[in-house]
Ligand binder design. Structure first.
Ligand code: DX5
Ligand code: ZN
Length: 217
């Protein structure tokens, strides 16, 4: 079944630990942590200290996936590993082939899963050199930087291509989609081949988060 990863970006930041627990109690499979540095995207969110606090709040067994929208993920990822996240994803737009491949390798070597994110405007072909070396492919369905934006259906084509590539090459990476996802488009994403759906506004801002997650599933 498709997994749901609520994005903590849409939570009430004055009660961040409780909000993280609330997501898992409502049936979240993963919790998605959006890290923004004010350079790669035009917004600043939170860093490793908050991630460590979230880990403490939810206990050791919950799956935390960190989506790094930052420059120099190679320099910073170790701090998120220390904070206790299970997966670290960064953007393919950030560097040349050597930089991306090397950073992917270093993340795995640090003992966590790696992931590569792709912006709506970046073509599928950019990902081809790396698809055999990742645990997760994150297909962005909005321009990253802010929660609450509208879903861009044009990116579904990339999800279909990634799922085809995966089948053809007997690869096993998960396909995640992120941005503007809720009960009205979750089925399209799953049909295209997505395994994990990130949902911020449609979960944390719902009147009943458990119902919102159940409806998407
Ligand atoms: C966008 C972030 C998303 C976003 C999702 O930059 O990567 O994770 O918070 O939020 P919604 O579901 O509200 O679009
Ligand atoms: Zn995200």
């Amino acid at each position: 079944m498709t997994m749901i990863a609520p994005s903590l970006l849409a939570a009430d930041f004055s009660r961040i630990g409780e909000e993280a627990r609330r997501a898992f109690e409502a049936g979240a499979d993963w919790l998605h942590l959006d890290i923004m540095d004010g350079h790669f995207v035009d917004n600043i969110s939170f860093g490793p200290e908050i991630c460590a606090a979230v880990r403490k709040a939810v206990g050791p067994d919950r799956f935390l996936d960190a989506h790094l929208m930052i420059e120099r993920p190679d320099h910073y990822f170790g701090r998120f590993v220390k904070a206790g996240v299970n997966l670290i994803c960064f953007h393919v737009e950030l560097g040349d082939e050597y930089y991306i491949r090397n950073t992917l390798k270093r993340i795995r070597r640090a003992g966590v899963k790696n992931g590569l994110a792709v912006n709506p405007a970046t073509p599928f072909e950019t990902l081809l050199p790396f698809l055999g070396e990742i645990d997760l492919l994150l297909v962005m369905s909005v321009v990253p930087g802010f929660g609450g934006q509208s879903f861009m259906p044009s990116v579904l084509d990339k999800v279909v291509k990634a799922a085809e590539w995966r089948a053809d090459h007997q690869a096993s990476f998960l396909i995640q989609m992120d941005g503007g996802i809720g009960k009205n488009n979750a089925d399209q994403c799953a049909l295209a081949g997505a395994d994990v759906l990130v949902a911020g506004s449609s979960t944390f801002k719902a009147a009943d988060m458990a119902q919102a997650i159940a409806e998407m599933k």
